[in-house]
Design a protein around this ligand. Structure first.
Ligand SMILES: Nc1ncnc2c1ncn2[C@@H]1O[C@H](COP(=O)(O)OP(=O)(O)O)[C@@H](O)[C@H]1O
Ligand SMILES: [Mg+2]
Length: 255
């Protein structure tokens, strides 16, 4: 049986008209993300990966085509409705965590979840955030300032922030891009754990070791999805083989 599609784009285009000539960054993207899938987007620098992620998540308005989240068309929503969908249904992890410096780690994690929650939902959101901090090993630094913790801890905190509102989809743009390889592995272990517990994740990365964790990797070239590689469910024991297979595939695509 077909798994449920959570997120879908149809003939998605994005053209920047501020440049002369206009820059066609996305040129007709058809993509379906299944419930619980870890989908990875790869491609050369400038191929449109971030633009695709932002267009799928409503951070950026596409020029044409449709985006559907849980069957609901997003491209026709007002800015306020879109902001509400982002707050309540989506989680975000970026290369830099974009935390507020005047709040401690815990309050940064709680900020969007509390904003999204109803009055009755606040206790549940707080309990979820506390459980997430335990799970990702940062409970002991929760009252630290964001400049007092390591980059790996901050990125695990941004994962807690992304998950505290129980999103349908987590979007991650180069989540390990600013980390050394050991911190990167920690963050990917956390993300893999999230994926295993059923959260749908769409992630952009240029790092094959990170991408090898994906169920499916799609390749973007000049705004077109040209190929897909399907490693399937992650197995730690197969890490090296998966990375080697992915690298061979990427080499064929001229990455
Ligand atoms: N606001 C913008 N105005 C004009 N061109 C842009 C803008 N943002 C991105 N681009 C262009 O779109 C292309 C894709 O950018 P991006 O999505 O950031 O690629 P990637 O994440 O794959 O490196 C690049 O050529 C970039 O210069
Ligand atoms: Mg990018």
């Amino acid at each position: 049986m077909d798994q449920l599609v959570v997120l879908e784009s149809r003939a998605l285009t994005k053209t920047y008209v501020s440049t002369a000539p206009p820059t066609e960054v996305l040129r007709g993207i058809d993509l379906s993300v299944r419930a619980g899938e870890l989908l990875v987007i790869m491609g050369a620098s400038g191929s449109g990966k971030s633009t695709l992620l932002y267009s799928l998540s409503g951070m950026d308005r596409p020029t044409g085509g449709q985006v559907l989240l849980d069957g609901r068309e997003l491209t026709s929503l007002s800015d306020a409705e879109m902001a509400r969908v982002r707050l309540t249904r989506m989680g975000f992890v970026f290369q830099q965590p974009h935390f507020l410096r005047n709040l401690d780690v815990r309050d940064n994690i709680l900020l969007p979840a509390l904003k999204a929650a109803s009055r009755q939902g606040r206790h549940a959101a707080i309990a979820r955030a506390d459980a997430l901090m335990e799970r990702f090993g940062i409970a002991h630094v929760q009252d630290h300032g964001v400049t007092q913790v390591s980059g790996g801890q901050l990125q695990r905190a941004s994962l807690c922030r992304a998950l505290a509102g129980e999103p349908s989809v987590v979007f991650a743009d180069e989540p390990t891009g600013a980390l050394n390889s050991s911190m990167s592995a920690d963050v990917m272990d956390a993300l893999t754990d999230v994926h295993r517990s059923g959260t749908t994740i769409v992630m952009v990365t240029h790092d094959p070791a990170v991408a090898a964790r994906g169920d499916r990797v799609v390749y973007l070239r000049d705004g077109v999805l040209v190929d897909a590689h399907t490693p399937g469910p992650w197995q730690e024991a197969e890490a090296q083989q998966r990375e080697d297979d992915l690298l061979a595939w990427l080499r064929e695509l001229g990455f």
